[in-house]
Write a protein of this length. Structure first.
Length: 163
């Protein structure tokens, strides 16, 4: 009986990676904004739109964009009366990937987990704050700072000495 269990454990360790056994390659990510009700669009690193919706919402995203390549997403939020906001959501190496040193061996570390994308994970949430828009200044309200050397003769003649 012990030999069968040992043989089964060895077979699993040579045919699977640690992350692909314990983790996954698709993650549910909660997208929320403060305030709620912002429209969002998510594009992957290749620039393809992969999700869109209204906050709060939960989307499913892939953690990998290819062999040994973690995925990175750009979340763009818009809401009337608020400044548009861009947020980057990036994958990171899953801690279980390092379990291949003990369990999955080189096959899991170099082939299975990178190929399945399970060597990466994504955060569970993205909480994004939006800032209220401020009234834009008119051209007459702008302050321009210049040195006297950059002024023409007419501008110099209008200068008033301040004491």
């Amino acid at each position: 009986m012990k030999k069968k269990l040992l043989a089964l454990a060895l077979a699993v360790s040579f045919t699977a990676g640690c992350s692909s056994i314990v983790s996954k390659s698709d993650y549910a990510v909660a997208i929320s904004s403060s305030p709620d009700g912002a429209s969002f669009s998510i594009t992957n690193r290749a620039g393809q739109k992969v999700q869109s919706g209204i906050t709060p919402s939960t989307v499913t995203l892939k953690s990998s964009s290819g062999y040994f390549k973690g995925e990175s997403y750009t979340v763009e939020l818009t809401k009337e009366g608020y400044t548009d906001r861009t947020y980057t959501l990036s994958s990171s190496v899953d801690g279980w990937y390092w379990g291949n040193i003990l369990i999955g061996g080189l096959i899991g570390m170099l082939i299975v987990d990178p190929a399945t994308g399970s060597m990466y994970n994504l955060p569970e949430r993205a909480d994004i704050s939006l800032n209220p828009q401020t009234a834009g200044a008119s051209k007459n309200d702008l302050l321009t700072i210049a040195t006297i050397d950059s002024l023409n003769q007419e501008q110099i003649s209008r200068l008033v000495r301040v004491q």
